[in-house]
Design a protein around this ligand. Structure first.
Ligand SMILES: [Mn+2]
Length: 414
């Protein structure tokens, strides 16, 4: 008895943080179709594996926008699974709550969408499986859905389907909040989770009782490493065996180079480039032929940092040493001072700030641009600061945000 568990497919959502220059990139089609291709990969893999069911734990779609292509691709996948005799059990999440796409699709009868009204039980008697779950009626569910999930069905293998933030994971909206203990006390064999985009298993001793598969395809530099789905073997219902299958069609990675690391001293831009080249080689060795999108994050002392900042061609030089992969961005960071190396900003806050800066740069820049332009026209006329495009403004915002982070992190007292 086996199921495949996937979540957070966000079909047809676009990868973020890639500049418009990528439009002529060799992999442009691959990049724009990545979430869709990964979905197709999931369907093909399921047909090969022949599980007793495919479980989709929410955020299958990115939103309720009307995009006939998305619907067609999804329905084709569902029909192919139906032809292969594989039932699908799915629940909506915050992104596809009461989605137009969900409502208007005519599903094959082997596909089951769990109710958004109340917790529902769906029995696949032939397979000996009982699924319990509830989807999102509205995008923001602030109470715990799991609190109302039913008792396990005696004599069947019980599986929960839940889109929720377990344990208050930061960086994800705190929807349908619950604890790992809440899930364990449901007394199911396995709870198929969705919402948090990083893969994670919840263990009771050696026993996995719940897991997030993570999203199917990384979509930004915050979603790094292999992405895919889980094959859950329930031959022993008290000890599910969970195996990860990568299904991403391209992969995000961050190359971190610390020029102040005593184990790897670097004193020049050339040293830094050599270190990036070596780390990139390592990454390539682990990812086979899969296309990579990389950010390089360079930490250095003020002297070397100054030299790197002064180099107008740094980005191009880095692009050359990571040839074969797509360079998303190069970020520069000042190393903490030795005298006062306790950062002013702790790691969690730093991550929040970095996320805010990343999010602001591409999306919200144009509204901000209009505002800034009107208010600073006279002031900036002779400053050489270019606010004529949202790309230029985005770069400025990212740079300013980075400077702010460096100042806060360095623990520097004037
Ligand atoms: Mn979600």
């Amino acid at each position: 008895m086996r199921i495949i568990h996937a979540a957070d497919l966000h079909i047809d959502s676009q990868l973020s943080g890639l500049s418009s220059a990528l439009a002529d990139h060799a992999d442009a089609d691959l990049i724009s179709g990545a979430t869709r291709s990964a979905f197709r990969g999931l369907i093909d893999w399921a047909i090969t594996e022949q599980p007793d069911a495919l479980v989709l734990a929410g955020d299958i779609f990115d939103g309720s926008w009307k995009h006939t292509g998305t619907r067609r691709v999804f329905v084709e996948g569902m029909r192919d699974l139906a032809d292969a005799g594989i039932p699908v059990v799915m629940a909506s999440g915050n992104h596809d709550a009461a989605s137009v796409l969900m409502a208007e699709v005519i599903y094959p009868p082997s596909m089951h969408v769990l109710s958004v009204e109340s917790a529902e039980t769906l029995r696949l008697d032939d397979a000996g499986l009982s699924f319990h779950g509830q989807g999102y009626a509205t995008p923001a569910i602030e109470h715990s859905l799991a609190a109302h999930y039913p008792l396990p069905d005696p004599g069947l293998v019980n599986i929960g389907v839940l889109h929720a933030n377990v344990g208050g994971s930061s960086g994800h909206d705190n929807y349908s909040p619950c604890t790992a203990d809440d899930l364990r006390s449901l007394d199911y064999s396995y709870v198929a989770l969705g919402h948090v985009h990083a893969r994670r298993s919840f263990l009771d001793g050696q026993r996995t009782f719940a897991a997030y598969p993570g999203n199917l395809q990384g979509r930004s530099v915050r979603e790094t490493g292999p992405k895919g789905a889980l094959l859950v073997d329930l031959a022993d219902p008290r000890a599910p065996h969970v195996q990860f299958q990568p299904l991403d069609v391209l992969r995000w990675e961050v190359i971190e180079v610390d020029a102040t690391d005593p184990a790897r001293p670097m004193s020049s831009a050339d040293d830094v480039l050599a270190a990036i080249a070596a780390d990139h080689q390592q990454l390539r060795a682990h990812s086979g032929s899969l296309p990579l999108i990389v950010r390089t994050r360079i930490t250095a002392d003020p002297r070397l940092l100054g030299a790197l900042r002064a180099s107008e061609e740094l980005t191009e030089l880095v692009r050359d040493v990571v040839a074969g992969s797509t360079l998303e961005k190069v970020t520069l960071h000042r190393a903490p001072h030795e005298e006062s190396d306790a950062p002013v900003v702790d790691a969690a806050l730093r991550a929040e700030l970095e996320r805010a800066i990343d999010d602001l740069a591409p999306g919200e820049a144009s509204a901000l641009l209009t505002e800034v332009r009107t208010r600073t026209q006279a002031l900036l006329r002779d400053s050489g600061v270019d606010l004529s495009s949202s790309t230029a403004l985005s770069a400025l915002i990212a740079e300013a945000g980075q400077e702010l982070l460096d100042e806060l992190s360095a623990g520097d007292t004037p």
